[in-house]
Design a protein around this ligand. Structure first.
Ligand code: OGA
Ligand code: MN
Length: 294
């Protein structure tokens, strides 16, 4: 793997996180407003690298929010149950609460590749996770470079996926969530009415870079528009087994103090399980508002 340290024109020192994707920014302290002047360089790097890590950070909630805002307006969390008390921009993820309280979203997932809020009209553009406590084993977060995966498809397949639309609906989504959590309360008619199905291109164009990437969430997609359930399933499974090949995947092993931002518009990601009876995990999470995919 390439581990050469590079210095870009704005003075950021960076290093590749893997041969697939991801870049780490070295020797940077996001805790003080001094780092805010580097926002244009962070954005430039984010647009190129898609997954950017800043290790060894020690951030107040306010500084995590200020950092996240460099990348766009924050999206209010839809999940009110899991907020950091006093900071509605921050959601808690993991199996232990911070000293100030709150109830983290705990989801000890099997491998479920997705991109955040794809089942909505305006999915999150980016997500930031900040690791407060990390288990010594497991719980790596895996990322696919969905641009490279798209580019590596044979031209005939690219032409086919260029014409495909993925359909997401709340009933399919909810069924999948209930499969994982049988105690989930039932969907109401009202909620179904308020959340009509959405369609998004399977080959999404990045609104900043213009790059195309594969864009789908295999476990919650209802179908590909115009295809039978069976045909949809076989196309989606084929695309996922292509995209999840090791050459496109970076697995992030969390250490306390890691801040990682990823671009939901050109990557797919999945959590992986850990021994939650034995180990503690807590992350703070912010999300950047997105636009309708095209
Ligand atoms: C998320 C997510 C992965 C993880 O926060 O959107 O998918 O490893 N997290 O917790
Ligand atoms: Mn996610």
């Amino acid at each position: 793997m390439e581990t050469t340290v590079q210095t870009d024109t704005s003075g950021l020192e960076t290093r590749a996180l893997s041969s697939a994707l991801g870049v780490e920014v070295l020797n940077i302290d996001l805790a003080t407003s001094g780092s805010d002047a580097l926002a244009p360089a962070f954005i430039d790097l984010f647009n190129r690298a898609a997954v950017v890590a800043f290790r060894g950070q020690s951030l107040s909630p306010e500084r995590l929010i200020a950092f996240s805002r460099h990348f766009g307006p924050l999206e209010p969390h839809t999940d009110f149950e899991h907020l950091l008390p006093g900071h509605r921009e921050i959601m808690l993820v993991g199996n232990v609460a911070p000293p100030c309280g709150g109830q983290p979203f705990f989801h000890n997932a099997m491998e479920e590749w997705h991109t955040d809020l794809i089942q909505t009209q305006t999915p999150n553009a980016a997500t930031v996770l900040y690791a407060i406590e990390s288990p010594p084993a497991g719980a790596t977060t895996r990322f696919i470079d969905a641009r490279a995966a798209y580019d590596a498809l044979p031209q005939t397949d690219r032409n086919r996926v260029d014409a495909m639309q993925g359909v997401y609906d709340i009933v399919t989504f909810d069924n999948e969530m209930r499969r994982q959590d049988p105690h989930r309360p039932p969907l109401t008619e009202e909620k179904i009415r308020r959340n009509p199905p959405v369609s998004h291109p399977i080959a999404r164009t990045h609104p900043v870079t213009g790059a195309k990437s594969l864009y789908f969430a295999a476990d919650i997609i209802a179908r590909i528009d115009g295809m039978s359930d069976e045909e949809s399933r076989s196309v989606v499974d084929g695309l996922l087994s292509h995209a999840s090949q090791p050459e496109f995947v970076y697995a992030h092993r969390w250490k306390d103090g890691d801040v990682v931002i990823w671009d939901n518009r050109c990557t797919l990601h999945t959590a992986t399980p850990f021994d939650a009876d034995k180990y503690r995990r807590l992350l703070y999470r912010t999300v950047i508002a997105g636009e309708t995919p095209y």
